[in-house]
Design a protein around this ligand. Structure first.
Ligand code: DCP
Ligand code: CA
Length: 605
């Protein structure tokens, strides 16, 4: 293809105009360390051969034992000692064992019908078992917790089951000011006061801090291992070296406390940190200095970059007949814009090592939890579905209860059952999930059984190839608590409730938070509110919205509390033993059940 850009002048470091920004006292003393901070430092830390390492630690094996993790007939993780035998994920178990006769192949834990916990059964069979990744999730959470505990002022974003981004900018800033206190004092003779540049940085000892990638034009092939770096060190290099020091210490702690080795990439942003994290594996870290960004990025085949692979990468390669990042640098922003519209600036900047994506912890409240099973043998008799429901319910029970260890009031609003026949769209049924404190396999299975009955209806035979059970709308039960608290506030029976609960009736929800449902100050002017539970906007009736702000606020508080009562009553009815909530949109009448315990107490008015 005859491309007007092919053979044009080579990209120069002019394309990277922010590699040596001048750092001033204003920068170093700023409290607002955003994504444009010139001393920004981000790391990506990834666990080595993660599932294999989890199994090795669980089995208390020597780290040199070659081990793979198997899921049915496939290999899903290969330890580094096993990789030395040329084993990869692509191998079949049989072939891997040929390559290494001493190979230990551990099958992932599975759930089995009738068992509440996953385990390592001898008779794993995809027709009767379901894979459990719970061990890996738990170990992953332990690692994330160690990052957070080690860096109370850093930001940690879990990126996958075994990777996390860490924003070191603030912890590094604290260390910089602690080690070089003179940076906090603008000298009296500084020409531009706060906007004067900092004095030259001290020499950096990169020893033991990891692999340092070399800037362009330096002798040596890509890496730097000497004690003092060249005279071109910047304060950003100092920041990187401090982050590397902190990262190394955390990685060592993870290794000694949990037994896992990790590999990290440390650079000025997420994109570059991720890119260099796997430069050397296992058990190592790589530092990409700003000066080395061009020489590191230029020769990279751009389609290997995650965001630039796939269709977008194909389009770029075809359009411009190019293959490396360096090739793409000669294309102007206008040109990219005309071809790629709104993504253009982002692509243009990424190619120049610029990425302003924040490191931000995703809400700890993952909104849903899904357990699913593709059935090697379709379910043909409706009765056969119940065994899978119990298996899926066991997984959800374990996961919800694990999550409740750190968030005790976590509560799913809805339970959803999906069933699919071949490649047809799945059918689903859902219901409000009972408001119960102890979510056991039985509670979940009872709710799901009811949905299964609805889904299969009167059919004598079915043909279901995949079943999924999910919790959706997972949230801390604050709204529920507020409803209940509102309930107590309006009926003034809190004392009675507490008395009865001490006498032995198990309260359905905890009452730890006794802050009553009063409007927040921001609500004072409001005449309506949106219920976070049912999403409806509940407004004061005409005429009620008049009067002084405190009267309106009071009426709104009453309305909130009444609306909370409505949900509370529903939850009580649903959480009664033996009662299963009526799915939304169902024409079924709510089952009449004799209220028991605390529910009976409340329903008697
Ligand atoms: N995984 C999987 N199926 C895949 C890829 C990965 O089940 N196709 C699981 C098993 C891995 C874990 O995810 O242990 C993490 O994936 P990585 O790609 O990070 O691979 P590893 O951690 O196993 O190896 P590495 O040391 O190369 O990161
Ligand atoms: Ca990994």
């Amino acid at each position: 293809m005859n491309s007007p850009w092919k053979g044009k002048a080579k990209a120069t470091n002019q394309d990277y105009d922010d590699l040596r920004p001048t750092i001033t006292y204003r920068h170093i003393l700023s409290n607002n360390l955003g994504v444009r901070d010139p001393l920004r430092v981000v790391a990506l830390c990834d666990s080595d051969a993660f599932y294999a390492a989890c199994e090795r630690v669980r089995l208390e094996l020597d780290p040199n034992v070659p081990i793979v993790v198997q899921q049915w007939e496939s290999i899903i993780a290969v330890s580094y000692p096993a990789r030395e035998f040329g084993i990869s994920r692509m191998d079949k178990i049989k072939d891997a064992k040929k390559k290494c006769p001493n190979l230990l192949a551990v099958h992932v834990a599975t759930y089995k019908e009738g068992e509440k916990e996953p385990s390592y059964w001898k008779d794993v069979d995809t027709r009767t078992h379901k894979v459990s990744l719970d061990l890996y999730r738990r170990e992953s959470n332990k690692i994330i917790t160690m990052f957070k505990e080690a860096l109370p002022t850093g930001e940690v974003e879990k990126a996958s089951i075994d990777e996390a981004f860490i924003d070191f900018t603030r912890p590094v800033r604290e260390k910089l000011l602690e080690r070089y206190p003179y940076l906090a004092q603008v000298p009296a003779d500084a020409p531009n006061g706060m906007d004067s540049p900092l004095p030259p940085p001290p020499p950096i000892k990169w020893d033991d801090l990891g692999t340092v990638l070399l800037p362009e034009g330096t002798d040596g092939a890509g890496e730097q291992s000497n004690v003092d770096i060249d005279g071109g060190a910047t304060w950003h290099d100092v920041a990187l070296s401090i982050a590397a020091e902190l990262m190394r210490k955390i990685r060592e702690d993870i290794h000694s406390k949990l037994g896992y080795t990790t590999s990290a990439g440390i650079a000025r942003n997420k994109f570059l940190a991720k890119l260099c994290a796997s430069y050397k594996k296992p058990n190592s870290q790589t530092i990409l200095r700003n000066q080395a960004i061009p020489s590191y990025l230029h020769p990279l085949p751009f389609q290997k970059i995650r965001f630039l692979g796939g269709k977008l990468g194909d389009a770029l390669a075809k359009e411009y007949d190019v293959s490396t990042v360096g090739d793409l640098l000669t294309i102007s922003l206008d040109e990219i814009q005309s071809k790629f519209g709104e993504n253009a600036l982002w692509i243009y900047e990424l190619l120049r090592g610029i990425d302003r994506t924040e490191v931000k912890e995703k809400s700890a409240l993952f909104k849903s939890m899904l357990a699913s099973k593709n059935l090697p043998k379709p379910i043909t008799q409706p009765l056969d579905g119940y065994q899978w429901i119990r298996v899926l319910a066991a997984e959800l029970a374990l996961r919800l209860n694990d999550a409740r260890e750190s968030m005790p009031t976590l509560w799913p609003k809805t339970i959803v059952l999906h069933a699919r026949k071949g490649y047809e769209t799945s059918r689903s049924k859902q219901a409000t999930f009972p408001f119960v404190r102890n979510v056991t396999v039985d509670v979940i299975a009872t709710a799901a059984d009811k949905l299964w009955k609805e889904l299969t209806g009167d059919s004598k035979t079915v043909n279901i190839t995949s079943v999924q059970l999910a919790f959706t709308g997972l949230e801390k039960a604050e709204i529920g608590q507020k409803s209940i608290e509102g309930f107590f506030a309006t009926r003034d029976i809190q004392r009675t409730f507490l008395k009865r609960s001490r006498e032995g009736d198990e309260p359905l929800v905890s009452l730890e938070n006794t802050d009553l449902a009063l409007p927040k100050s921001s609500d004072i002017e409001a005449v309506s509110f949106q219920c976070t539970r049912c999403r409806k906007t509940i407004a004061l009736r005409e005429g009620q919205a008049t009067g002084g702000p405190s009267e309106v606020a009071q009426r709104l508080a009453t309305l909130r509390s009444e609306h909370g009562d409505f949900h509370f009553a529903q939850d009580l009815a649903n959480s009664n033993e033996g009662s299963v909530p009526v799915p939304r949109g169902s024409s079924l009448k709510r089952q009449k059940v004799e209220p028991k315990g605390i529910a009976k107490f409340f329903i008697q008015k």
